[in-house]
Ligand binder design. Structure first.
Ligand code: ADP
Ligand code: MG
Length: 703
C-alpha cells in the first residue's frame, strides 16, 4: 500500500551522524542505593548549606539527576520542617503539571517509607491529599498561586521549590514575582528555583543575584538521526519508526513524543494491531503504554515498572515526558517535533489548543531522554535544516501567549492593583494585559476604573475560568447554582462520552438519549443525573451500557463535592432549579455572552458567526445541537482544528443577551412586535472599535 511505501521511504531515509552504539547493563538497587547513586547525592551538603545561607538559590541539573525527589527530602532530613515544636513548616515543591505532582509525591512517599498523604502529600486542583503532619508537599504551581490569596507571605512554608522553572507556565512566572515579594515580609522563607535547562544567569539576576548550583550531569551520548525529507504525516512516520526500531534495533525501551490523548490512544491501537500482524516473526514482545495527564494513575505507574526480560516497552507520551517525569531504560526516542500548546488567539479572544513546532531547546531535552541509562538514539522526524532554520531556540513563556484574565483576577485579588507594573520576569505585552482587563470588566469582575469588584473578589476564590465562576456565584437569584455546579464539574473533567471506533454508532445512539433540546450543557447535566440515579458507584453496568467513562463520572463527582465545599465556605447559596432549565441557560448566558454566535444563513452551509468579532464558526458534530440550527447560541470554548468549532453550546434567547449585558448588546429591530428579536453588539465596546475603550481606560487602569 501507499503507507507501506512511505514506511520504507522513511526507514531508508535516515541520515546517520554517528555509529556503533553500545548498551549499558541494567542493575537492580535498593531504595537507599538508588537514592545515593543519583548525581545530586554528591552535592547534598553543598545544597543544604547554600539554602541555609541564602534566600534564593537556582539549581540546574539534567532530568533524572534527582532534583524533584531528593532536594525536598534533604531539607526534611536536615530539620527544615521543624518549627520549634510548633506547627510544621512545610517544604513545598511546585510542578507545572498535575500528573508530575502526583507521581513524584508517590515516589517520594515510597522513598520515605510512609503512606502518601501523611509526611508526604500533594495538592492539585480539586484534590487535596495532605494531612496535618504533611511536611513535604508537592503541588501544582496553580495551587500555590491560589494559596497566595490567603497567605501572600507563605507563612506555612520554610522552603518553596519552584520546579521545572524552564517551563515558564503563567503560574510559575507569577510565583516568581509573588515569592520575591514574600521573602521581604517573611525573611525565614527560602526559595529554590530548579530546572533541567535554564538560562541560569537570567534567573539568578532576577532573584537578587542569587547563587547558582550546577548538578554535574551523567548522560551518555545520543546519536541524532534526522529525516532527509520533511515528513508530511508525522504520526504515520512516528509509528513506522517505532516498528523499525522494534524489528531492527537492539534491546532498550522506546519513548515517542506525541501531542495529545486522542493521538496517543489511536496510535496505541494502531501499534497493537501491527504487532499482532507481525505475530511470532519478531522474537520479543512489544509492551505499548500511553502517558498523558488525564491517564488514571494506576495506568501511569505501569510506565515505571521495569520491562520484563525479553520484551520491549514503547511509551507514547505527551510533552510530560520531556522533563517532568523520568522513565528509566529508554534507549530510543522518536521525536516528531510537535507539541500541543494553549495559545491565546487575540482575534478570537480565546485560548485554543494548537499543535505547534517545538523549540530547539525542547528537541534537545527530548533527545536527552535516550541517554540516561546508556548511549541511545533519537529519531527526529524532521530535517536537520528544519531544526536549524525553522525552530526557535527557546519557546515563548506561556505568559506571553495566553489569555491573562484569570491571572490578572488573581493578582488583583491578592492586592496587586497595578498589574501593568508587576515585577514579571518577562512582562506580557501591554496589549494582552489590557485585553485581559477588558475581559474582566466585561464580566463585571472589574469596574470601569480597573478595580476589583466584590463580585470579582468572589470569582477569584473559585479555581476555574472567571466566566464559569460568574455563572456559579453571581446568579443566586436565578436559583440554579446546584445545577451549574454539576455542569462546571462535568466541564472540568475529560470527556465523559466513550466512543470506541468499532461501536461509534451504538455509542452515538446512546449519547443521543441524553441530548437536551437546549444543547450540551443540560445534556451533561442529564448524564450526571442519570448516573446518580443509577446509584453512583454501583453504576459500572450503567456506564458500560451508556458508553460513559465511569472514571470521568467519579472525578466529576469529586469536583462537585469540592465545589460544594467552596460554595459553603464562601456562603454562596446552593439552590436547585429542578427542571426549569431556562434558569440554567440564563446563568450560562450571563457568564458566556461574550461567546455568543448567531446562525449565518448567507453561505450554503449552516454556519455561525460570533456576535462579537463576526468570526465564522461551526457547530461541532458531537454537539446535541448539531443539525438543529438554532439561531442564537453561546459556547464554552472554540476548538480550532480544521475549522473553528464551537464546543459545548447551548441555545439562548436573543433578548437574554441584551438583559445579561445591556452595555454590550442592544435590540435593533424597531418593529414593536418583534422587539428584541434581533440584536447586535455595541461595537464601540468591542473588537471593531475596542481601541477607543482601551485607550480611554488605559490611563485609569494604570493607576
Ligand atoms: P529530576 O527532578 O532531576 O529530573 P527526579 O528527582 O524526578 O529527577 O528523579 C530522580 C530519579 O528517581 C530518576 O532518575 C528515576 O530513576 C527515579 N524515579 C523518579 N520517579 C520515579 C518513579 N515514579 N518510579 C521509579 N523511579 C523513579
Ligand atoms: Mg524533576
Amino acid at each position: 500500500s501507499k503507507r507501506d511505501e512511505a514506511t520504507n521511504a522513511v526507514i531508508t531515509e535516515w541520515t546517520r551522524t554517528q555509529k556503533n552504539i553500545q548498551y549499558g547493563k541494567r542493575t537492580s538497587l535498593s531504595m537507599k542505593e538508588q537514592r545515593e547513586s543519583l548525581p545530586i547525592f554528591a552535592m547534598r551538603e553543598q545544597i543544604v548549606k547554600t539554602i541555609k545561607d541564602n534566600q534564593f538559590v537556582v539549581i540546574v541539573g539534567e532530568t533524572g539527576s534527582g532534583k524533584t525527589t531528593q532536594i525536598v527530602q534533604y531539607l526534611y532530613e536536615e530539620g527544615f520542617t521543624k518549627n520549634n515544636g510548633d506547627h510544621i513548616k512545610m517544604v513545598g515543591c511546585t510542578q507545572p503539571r498535575r500528573v508530575a505532582a502526583v507521581s513524584v509525591a508517590k515516589r517520594v512517599a515510597e522513598e520515605v517509607g510512609l503512606k502518601l498523604g501523611e509526611t508526604v502529600g500533594y495538592t492539585i486542583r480539586f484534590e487535596d491529599n495532605t494531612g496535618p503532619n504533611t511536611a513535604i508537599k508537592y503541588m501544582t504551581d496553580g495551587m500555590l498561586e491560589r494559596e497566595a490569596l490567603n497567605d501572600p507571605d507563605m507563612k506555612r512554608y520554610s522552603v518553596i521549590m519552584l520546579d521545572e522553572a524552564h517551563e515558564r507556565t503563567i503560574a510559575t512566572d507569577v510565583l516568581f514575582a509573588l515569592l520575591k515579594k514574600a521573602v521581604v515580609n517573611n525573611p525565614q522563607l527560602k526559595v529554590i528555583v530548579t530546572s533541567a535547562t535554564l538560562d541560569s544567569n537570567k534567573f539568578a539576576k532576577y532573584f537578587n543575584n542569587c547563587p547558582i548550583l550546577q548538578i554535574p550531569g551523567r548522560t551518555f551520548p545520543v546519536e541524532i538521526l534526522y529525516t532527509k525529507e520533511p515528513e508530511t504525516d508525522y504520526l504515520a512516520s512516528a509509528l513506522d519508526s517505532v516498528m523499525q526500531i522494534h524489528m531492527l534495533e537492539g534491546p532498550g525501551d522506546i519513548l515517542v513524543f506525541l501531542t495529545g490523548k486522542e493521538e496517543i490512544d489511536t496510535s496505541c491501537e494502531v501499534l497493537y494491531e501491527r504487532v499482532q500482524q507481525l505475530g511470532k516473526s519478531v522474537g520479543s514482545e512489544l509492551i505499548i503504554l500511553p502517558v498523558y495527564s488525564s491517564l488514571p494513575s494506576e495506568m501511569q505507574s505501569r510506565i515505571f515498572e521495569p520491562t520484563p526480560n525479553g520484551s520491549r516497552k514503547v511509551i507514547l507520551a505527551t510533552n510530560i515526558a520531556e522533563t517532568s517525569i523520568t522513565i528509566d531504560g529508554i534507549y530510543y526516542v522518536v521525536d516528531p517535533g510537535f507539541v500541543k500548546l494553549n495559545v491565546y488567539d487575540s482575534r478570537l479572544g480565546m485560548d485554543s489548543l494548537m499543535v505547534t513546532p517545538i523549540s530547539q531547546a525542547q528537541a534537545n531535552q527530548r533527545s536527552g531522554r535516550a541517554g540516561r541509562t546508556g548511549p541511545g538514539k533519537c529519531y527526529r522526524l524532521y530535517t536537520e535544516e528544519s531544526f536549524q532554520k525553522d525552530m526557535q531556540p527557546n519557546s515563548l513563556p506561556e505568559i506571553q501567549r495566553q489569555n491573562l484574565a484569570h491571572t490578572i483576577l488573581m493578582l488583583k485579588a491578592i492586592g496587586i492593583n497595578d498589574v501593568l507594573h508587576f515585577d514579571f520576569m518577562d512582562p506580557p505585552a501591554l496589549k494582552s494585559m489590557v485585553a485581559a482587563l477588558q475581559d474582566l470588566f466585561v464580566i463585571s469582575a472589574l469596574d470601569s476604573e480597573g478595580s476589583l469588584t466584590s463580585l470579582g473578589r468572589k470569582m477569584a476564590d473559585f479555581p476555574m475560568e472567571p466566566a464559569l465562576a460568574k455563572c456559579l456565584i453571581s446568579l443566586a437569584e436565578y436559583g440554579c447554582s446546584d445545577e451549574i455546579m454539576t455542569i462546571v464539574a462535568m466541564l472540568s473533567v475529560q470527556t465523559v462520552f466513550f466512543r470506541p471506533k468499532e461501536e461509534m454508532k451504538a455509542a452515538d445512539q446512546r449519547k443521543a438519549r441524553f441530548h437536551h433540546s437546549s444543547g450540551d450543557h443540560v445534556t451533561l447535566l442529564n448524564v450526571y443525573r442519570g448516573w446518580v440515579s443509577s446509584g453512583h458507584g454501583h453504576g459500572s453496568q450503567w456506564c458500560k451500557q451508556n458508553y460513559i467513562h465511569e472514571r470521568s463520572m467519579k472525578r466529576a463527582q469529586e469536583v462537585r463535592r469540592q465545589l460544594t465545599q467552596i460554595m459553603k465556605r464562601y456562603h454562596q447559596p446552593i439552590i436547585l432549579c429542578g427542571n426549569d432549565f431556562n434558569k440554567v441557560r440564563w446563568a450560562l448566558c450571563a457568564g458566556f455572552f461574550k461567546n455568543s454566535a448567531k446562525r449565518d444563513n448567507s453561505g450554503n452551509e449552516t454556519n455561525y458567526k460570533t456576535l462579537i468579532g463576526e468570526t465564522p464558526v461551526v457547530m461541532h458534530p458531537s454537539s446535541a445541537l448539531f443539525g438543529k440550527k438554532p439561531e442564537y447560541v453561546i459556547y464554552h470554548t472554540l476548538l480550532m482544528t480544521t475549522k473553528e468549532y464551537m464546543h459545548c453550546a447551548t441555545t439562548v434567547e436573543p433578548q437574554w443577551l441584551v438583559e445579561c449585558a445591556p452595555e454590550f448588546f442592544q435590540a435593533v429591530d424597531t418593529n414593536e412586535r418583534q422587539k428584541n428579536e434581533k440584536i447586535q453588539p455595541l461595537f464601540n465596546r468591542f473588537t471593531k472599535d475596542q481601541n477607543s475603550w482601551r485607550l480611554s481606560n488605559q490611563k485609569k487602569l494604570r493607576r
